[in-house]
Ligand binder design. Sequence first.
Ligand code: SAM
Length: 287
Amino acid sequence: MSGDLPPLREVVARHGLSAKKSLGQNFLFDLNLTGKIARAAGPLDEATILEIGPGPGGLTRTLLAQGAKKVIAVERDDRCLAALEEIAGAYPGRLEVFAGDALTLDYPAFVAERATEGPVRICANLPYNIGTQLLTTWLTLDAWPPFYDRLVLMFQREVAERIVASPRERADYGRLGVLANWRCATRILFDVPPSAFTPPPKITSSVVELRPRSAPVPCEVKSLEAVTLAAFGQRRKMLRQALKSLPGVGDPAPLLEEAGIAPTRRAEEIDVEGFCALARAFSRRRA
Ligand code: SAM
């Protein structure tokens, strides 16, 4: 840790950074914990790290202290910018702060303009209210393999379980699990108790790792999104019924037959390969 930086609690008090619930602000002050998250994103010395929602910069300064070549930090709350500029001053040329909304970025272009040579990773304690939306954006990029070689992200435990779920764990298994495991190898690295945050949230959190697969099962992302939306939109119904909501399909029986899936099966019983077969059949139908 750079000796020039004051303790985080002091920074938060000096800049009046009282946590705003509307921005999903639950800050981490425990540097052992930020160290554990940063290590999960390592080795860092050749890497550009994209951090969404640095807040007062606990994880940011740890990533830099552990040797990240560059950190690009996207923060929507202008109140945090002065604290982040102090960190940038302690690590000259290695922290770029972008004041803006992470939901509106064109990520491949944004990163291409800013990253240095070497791998790009996303590492963040995400704002809970937009975590799944951001992850879905990063999983449904047109280009694959994507611009990042790993995601190390904090979510609510319940969302983390949905990300890593397989058809055997039916309650958690849904669209997010299909998209995530289609394109990435996923695992929960460790849990983080509410007491680790200021203010403490009501629920336990988990850090999840997603590593892009070099060659996911072939299918078009838009078709996979459409079939999973229809199938899990009515997850208790048989697919011959649930898939009627797919645009332009009418009777889903031929589509299911083409994908080799019995029409009486339900979404929660179909694995990623099965959904990819359905998506391919749907793409052919649309063409
Ligand atoms: N990384 C810090 C930490 O671990 O202490 C803060 C994490 S806090 C859970 C989420 C952060 O995301 C907050 O700083 C919040 O202001 C920021 N944030 C919320 N919505 C955002 C958005 N749409 N774009 C960018 N940042 C956002």
